[in-house]
Design a protein around this ligand. Structure first.
Ligand code: KIV
Length: 277
């Protein structure tokens, strides 16, 4: 008799948290992109992206801040609502922004509850290792799926001394592995690894049953995430670890410039854009 097979994550009508570990066990790579609004969420969802991250990178990518630190819970909720209303298939996870969780597990829990109730999030993400394991555990025990985030954690850029690769050297690599195991033990459903040497990410990925999602962490991770503006070439620069899959910024500028020319020359609106009496 044929054994029933678990469907591939790519065939899922709605991606749920338990599909992530199933995908890892089946050796299927997971995909995640950031999204901060409805139109991009709809497009990425239709493209088959498994997870949409409403990242606090909204701060430096959309809101004009230099980094993620000023982003508020209210701003995350507005972005989360737009994304969750647009996504049909993707699992939507939302970042706990800086200052909204560090003080205690109870503070993290209260913020996560707002992100789920007011933002419609399916899961949340928290930066940090062993230090935030009790926070993560309380949220998970309350029915909130939680992603961890290790390596370069942008909210700590002031203590990490800027955007620097983390986990280099035996001691740092061992600490990273210890942190990842602590998050898994506390109930994390996946762990994002940012700017970590490929061999270190490989060791962490092999040690965890839950998936690792890499950004600048090599190919051995169980999935990949990119900030969508880096992936789509919206700005003049993308980080070294990001491939520009398109040049949308240049295409948009060209479209806007054609529009300006057409309006100034009265070529637009044409008769087909004009109502009859
Ligand atoms: O906020 C974000 O975009 C992130 C990614 C860099 C993983 O946390």
């Amino acid at each position: 008799m044929n054994q029933p097979t678990t469907p591939s994550v790519a065939d899922r009508k709605r991606v749920r948290v338990h599909h992530l570990t199933e995908a890892k066990a089946a050796g299927e790579k997971l995909t995640m992109l950031t999204a901060y609004d409805g139109p991009t969420a709809r497009i990425f969802d239709a493209a088959g992206v498994d997870m949409l991250l409403v990242g606090d990178s909204v701060g430096d990518n959309m809101l004009g801040h230099a980094n993620t630190i000023p982003v508020t819970v209210d701003e995350m909720i507005v972005a989360a609502r737009s994304v969750t209303r647009a996504a049909r298939r993707a699992l939507v996870l939302v970042d706990l922004p800086f200052g909204s969780y560090e003080a205690s597990p109870a503070q993290a829990h209260a913020t996560a509850v707002r992100l789920l109730k007011e933002g419609g999030a399916h899961a949340v993400k928290i930066e940090g290792g062993t230090r935030v394991a009790p926070h993560l555990r309380l949220m998970v025990e309350s029915g909130i799926p939680v992603f961890g985030h290790l390596g370069f954690t942008p909210q700590s850029e002031n203590t990490l001394g800027g955007h620097r690769v983390q986990g280099r050297g035996d001691d740092a690599a061992a600490r990273l592995l210890e942190d990842a195991l602590a998050l898994e033990e506390a109930g994390a459903c996946a762990v994002v690894l940012e700017m970590v040497p490929g061999p270190v990410a490989e060791r962490v990925s092999a040690a965890l049953a839950v998936p690792t999602i890499g950004i600048g962490a090599g190919t051995a991770c169980d999935g990949q995430v990119l900030v969508w503006t880096d992936m789509a070439g919206m700005g003049p620069w993308s980080p070294r670890f990001a491939r520009r899959f398109a040049e949308i910024g240049a295409a948009l500028e060209s479209a806007a410039s054609d529009y300006v020319t057409a309006v100034r020359s009265t070529e637009f609106p044409a008769p087909e854009h004009t109502f009859e009496t």
